[in-house]
Design a protein around this ligand. Sequence first.
Ligand code: NAD
Length: 311
Amino acid sequence: MKILVSDSMSQKGIQILKNAGFTVDVKTGLPENEIVKIISDYDAQIVRSATKVTKNIIDAATKLKVIGRAGEGVDNIDVSAAKSKGIIVMNTPGGNSHAVVELTIGYLFALARNTFLANKTMKEGKWEKKKFEGNEIKDKVLGVIGLGKIGFEVATLAKALGMKIKAYDPYINKEKATAAGFELVTLDNLLAESDYITIHIPGGEKTKNLINKDSFAKMKNGVRIINCARGGIVNEVDLIEAIKNKKVAGAALDVFSKEPLPTDSELLKLDEVILSPHIGASTHEAQEKVGIMIAEQIKEFLLTGKAINVV
Ligand code: NAD
């Protein structure tokens, strides 16, 4: 059987598939029309986030049984087109969670000590020692919105660093959160009492603009916000206003309502904001882990029909 790997993938993952006897073709960066021409040769396709698996590709696939996403989000795959042809789509939930957790914890410290700004000003030839008196995160309240795989681990590490954890997640098992020493609260209570707020809920219509003008009005003056979840959950226009009127002392954003972030975005001009281009899952370790996970899952499915982590 033949497998097309359309985005770069860990060598260990590729080796797992080859060792199982599959023919693996790694052809990255192909445009849609090129994939359409060759896809009928393949039993499985593996992608990360770059390749868009469109309806055109799916329509042209005559042997394809499974599409594997090395990662979690499947926004780049036309899942309903795949489903209607009986093609399984699978992903690797949790495979990159720890990478996002570490980025979030890094942003907590960066916001507390303004290291990103100190670095920038020193490179501009300045020595602004007084300006950079920071804060300590110990004994501060961290509000965690969403206590899933990432949120729970962020909360656990932040608690170990001496922070008090208030969490809002209407769907979480209360005993588990309480046993971990987190206080489950309403969203309003979290907004009102947190020194730092970090967001770890799914994106999409249901959570769009969850953090908006009204939410900022309920927060403490000088609050700091981290969003390494999905763009759109924090209303960017309202955030910019809240930073300008000093309600929000700092924000770290890895995700944006429009990606890539437009070059005229005002977020780029605010010193209080740390930005990264959606790199939450981009660590060597996470990419290796999701590559191995998807390879094992595809191997299992093609050899035994057992489908794991079906979307
Ligand atoms: P998860 O599904 O394990 O956890 C999400 C949690 O949010 C669940 O416990 C759920 O009950 C809770 N939730 C859902 N809606 C809610 C709401 N309205 N209010 C409060 N809680 C709510 O997801 P995860 O793996 O922890 O991922 C969290 C987020 O991080 C997702 O948006 C995911 O797409 C994102 N993510 C980002 C990157 C990146 O590169 N920055 C990488 C991986 C994941």
